[in-house]
Design a protein around this ligand. Structure first.
Ligand SMILES: N[C@@H](CCC(=O)N[C@@H](CS)C(=O)NCC(=O)O)C(=O)O
Length: 203
């Protein structure tokens, strides 16, 4: 989703190859594109890039507006993007992305609680820098938003309660037309991942 969103924001045409995860033979199909065997994978002519943040950096080299203009804001945006890329393990494990699902409820363990508090703190810190210039983390959409949009979706799926600044950001993500398009495309898919589908599903 992260590179997909950035590509949409850049209005770059691309062909999407859909490989449903955890279905028979999916690893081999992924490995045919990249030996890492994980998504996302981006191909540009004969260049293949894996790892979402590396793909986003590659796009930013040709489209500098994917990072904030001011060097100081760029540095903060890079720091919070790296923090997302490398961390928040409890959140990843216990609140998997399930963007079709709503009203899922899970116990907020101590580690998930710490992750949520840190994310809310990051969002407030970023929003305070350029609040008047737009609703995204640094005013206009940037890579930090590509990194945190799926987190906002997780909060929406599992009904994570947050304060008004964080809720505003979740609302920005939920109202975004490209994210709406991603979710509409997801709604048309037949597959679901059993192990994730059961999480927080109280029927
Ligand atoms: N750090 C990597 C994580 C890649 C990753 O874990 N991708 C997951 C989906 S979000 C995947 O391909 N899972 C399939 C599998 O585990 O076999 C990135 O950000 O690109």
């Amino acid at each position: 989703m992260r590179p997909w969103l950035a590509l949409r924001y850049l209005h770059i045409d691309f062909e999407e190859v859909r490989i449903p995860l955890f279905t028979p033979g999916y690893k081999e199909k992924l490995r045919a594109y990249s030996s890492a065997g994980l998504v996302p994978i981006y191909r540009d002519d004969d260049i293949t890039i894996w790892e979402s943040l590396a793909i986003l950096e590659y796009l930013a080299e040709q489209n500098p507006r994917l990072w904030p203009k001011e060097p100081h804001h760029r540095a903060v945006a890079r720091a919070v993007s790296a923090e997302m890329h490398a961390g928040f393990q409890a959140l990843r494990e216990q609140l998997p992305l399930n963007c079709r699902a709503r009203r899922r409820r899970i116990p907020i363990t101590a580690n998930v609680g710490k992750n949520v508090s840190r994310i809310v703190e990051i969002w407030a810190q970023c929003r305070n820098l350029r609040r008047s210039e737009g609703p995204w983390l640094f005013g206009e959409f940037c890579i930090a938003d590509a990194m945190y949009a799926p987190v906002a979706l997780r909060f929406a799926t599992y009904g994570v309660t947050v304060g008004s600044t964080a809720q505003e950001y979740i609302d920005t993500v939920m109202k975004d037309p490209y994210i709406a398009r991603w979710m509409a495309e997801a709604a048309n898919e037949d597959e679901s991942i059993d192990a994730y589908e059961h999480i927080g599903n109280t029927g």
